[in-house]
Design a protein around this ligand. Sequence first.
Ligand code: ADE
Length: 236
Amino acid sequence: MRIDVVTIFPSFFDVLEVSLLGRARDRGLLEVRVHDLRDWAHDRHRTVDDTPYGGGAGMVMKPEPWGAALDAIAADAGERPTFIFPSPAGELFTQATARELSTASRLVFGCGRYEGIDERVFAHAATLGDVRLMSLGDYVLNGGEVATMAMIEAIGRLIPGVVGNPASLVEESHEDGLLEYPSYTKPAQWRGHEVPPVLLSGNHGAIAAWRRDQQLERTRARRPDLLSDPSDSTGT
Ligand code: ADE
């Protein structure tokens, strides 16, 4: 997969060099190219924002640098990319979204700052590829960079070969619509706390049943919204 990121803070993404995704890059599974939006701003101050039409607080990102950046990146693509613009006004980014996007060959993330990007940029991007506005959740970040990092990690680890043991991807939170069961390792006794005896029993059927119960109990207690979704597949 190739991922392009357009941002006014390229150094934000230096951290991609380390850890799991750094290794994925080294092994050729994932190529990430980070671009400075100001490279496409041609006035003396390399301006990327201006005041909003109609008034209001804050600044809006100008369409011209974005248009030039997206044109250049799309032309370099060969195939139509999917453009993802992080935004608190976007659709919710979930594990299902991450799984869907992990099969794409080209993703382009556009990181907005200030009060957002001139709306016409999204219409222009739609002439170059698919466009998704994505929100991480119901809170507001200062810009799209942190959200982009989170989405790259969630998507990147689902690319085949990035995570060493694919089985570890199956049993985690949100893969089956429930929260993950609790995990324990040695020692069996620690500071007066015990590992649940069923996990030491060697009875695989009983362990699987206990884990399922724990998933349901946790989900009910912490995220009842996941159980009340009529489209959920857990049969509860
Ligand atoms: N940019 C600002 N807030 C955001 C959010 N909650 N999700 C994605 N992008 C954002």
